[in-house]
Unconditional design. Structure first.
Length: 148
């Protein structure tokens, strides 16, 4: 089976999931599935820096994300700090694992732009950016600087 996402140039970032990989992923996800009482709700996905599994937490659609690179692990701290303001709400996190709400299927920003609704897409982007950069009661976690 093939899984992946579209790159920024429309190229597919696809990873083959064979029997061995599927077994490795099952082991990787199993601890968190048990600990957080999750039910798989789709096929696993492999991204360059993480492994993802659509799940249900109770009746709630969620995504279990396991970071496999250090910088990606810091992203969980940032997601938790944002506290659902402009980003997916974090339901649980621990070291390399993040359980976050999963977006409902619907119209994407790309769909809006491709259908002459650029203004609407731009407004949504601006609202999200404003929420991400809104003042909070505590400083953000220390992250990897953009320039090293």
């Amino acid at each position: 089976m093939f899984y992946g996402a579209r790159g920024d140039r429309g190229m597919s970032l696809v990873t083959y999931i064979g029997p061995r990989t599927r077994g490795d992923l099952a082991l990787m996800f199993s601890r968190h599935l048990k600990r957080w009482k999750l039910t798989p709700d789709g096929e696993p996905m492999i991204a360059p820096s993480s492994r993802l599994l659509p799940v249900r937490s109770g009746g709630v659609r969620a995504m279990l994300k396991i970071a496999v690179h250090g910088e990606e692990k810091l992203g969980s701290l940032l997601m938790n700090w944002w506290n659902g303001q402009g980003a997916a709400r974090v339901l649980a996190y621990e070291a390399d694992a993040l359980l976050m709400e999963r977006a409902a299927d619907g119209t994407s920003l790309g769909d809006l732009a491709r259908n002459n609704r650029d203004d609407e897409a731009s407004r949504i982007i601006c609202e999200v950016v404003a929420r991400l950069h809104a003042p909070r009661g505590r400083p953000p976690p220390e992250l990897v600087p953009l320039m090293r």
